[in-house]
Design a protein around this ligand. Structure first.
Ligand SMILES: Nc1ncnc2c1ncn2[C@@H]1O[C@H](COP(=O)(O)OP(=O)(O)OP(=O)(O)O)[C@@H](O)[C@H]1O
Ligand SMILES: [Mg+2]
Length: 255
């Protein structure tokens, strides 16, 4: 069973950027296999990683309702879902990507949801590293769709609201008894550190900032142009900071 790194935080705080840079750092610093999971219904981790997702796990659920009466080759529903889920994998030399898509349609998908959840969990176990880009908010954590993170990266941008979201995320993981290996509060888009107001909110929640990722012109330019963030230069400040975070957390070697 590999290490899971779950990236969460307020909308627009930089979850997708940091997820992509974490995948890049893992690609370069570790030798194990890597699975990136886009758990945001508005999938955009694929673009950030320079690949295109054609089918999401969510779309299988929709299809299944129509196809369920005529499963191919006498397959059980569970076998069929596992087979279809694997078709959603985008494979590259160094990492694979799977996108969860929309969690639910208007009908009742409880059965399919729970099977799909198990299939994705099982798939994730086949990799050494799993990086999950969550949707904004607490949905994945409260429904435990993000599983049990070894590393919970809580992204805070320089706004008070983002710090408040971080507090709620940490409180929620505590109250759910969701066992988290290490929680890493990462301040993103920092120019001159965090403001006193933001620091106060974090302190009140007993949250220590583990690392600061600076505002990075290269990241912004690539992202604005819809280009892969894997193209960020080695010495780009945000990427250096992400490598440092992985090193500090004991996930990857320095460099
Ligand atoms: N360190 C950084 N330097 C420069 N720009 C950044 C940085 N981090 C994030 N951005 C920019 O901020 C915007 C939001 O980032 P991103 O899409 O990663 O946020 P998100 O938390 O995934 O948003 P959402 O909640 O919508 O999924 C993007 O335009 C991105 O390019
Ligand atoms: Mg995002």
């Amino acid at each position: 069973m590999g290490k899971s790194i779950v990236v969460t935080g307020k909308g627009g705080s930089g979850k997708t950027v940091l997820s992509a840079l974490i995948v890049k750092a893992l690609m370069e610093r570790v030798s194990g296999t890597i699975l990136a999971v886009d758990a945001d219904p508005n999938c955009n981790l694929d673009r950030a990683l320079g690949v295109a997702v054609e089918q999401t796990v969510g779309s299988i659920r929709e299809d299944m309702i129509d196809e369920i009466t005529s499963l191919p080759g006498g397959m059980t529903k569970a076998e069929y879902l596992a087979y279809r889920t694997r078709e959603c994998l985008v494979e590259t030399d160094r990492f694979d990507l799977i996108a969860m898509g929309r969690p639910e349609g208007p009908g009742c998908y409880c059965y399919a949801n729970s099977i799909l959840r198990q299939v994705v969990d099982k798939l994730a176990k086949e990799y050494d590293y799993v990086v999950i880009d969550c949707e904004a908010g607490l949905e994945h954590l409260s429904r435990r769709t993000a599983g049990r993170p070894d590393y919970l990266v809580v992204v805070v941008d320089p706004s008070v609201r983002s710090a408040e979201t971080a507090r709620r995320v940490v409180e929620l993981t505590g109250s759910l008894g969701t066992p988290v290996g290490q929680t890493l509060i990462v301040a993103n888009r920092c120019r001159d550190g965090l403001s006193p107001a933001v620091r106060k909110v974090l302190q009140e929640g007993n949250l220590q900032v583990a690392a600061e990722v600076p505002e990075d012109e290269n990241v912004r330019a690539l992202d604005d142009a819809g280009e892969s963030l894997l193209k960020v230069p080695q010495d780009s400040p945000a990427y250096r900071a992400v490598r440092q975070i992985l090193q500090q957390a004991g996930i990857a070697e320095a460099g």
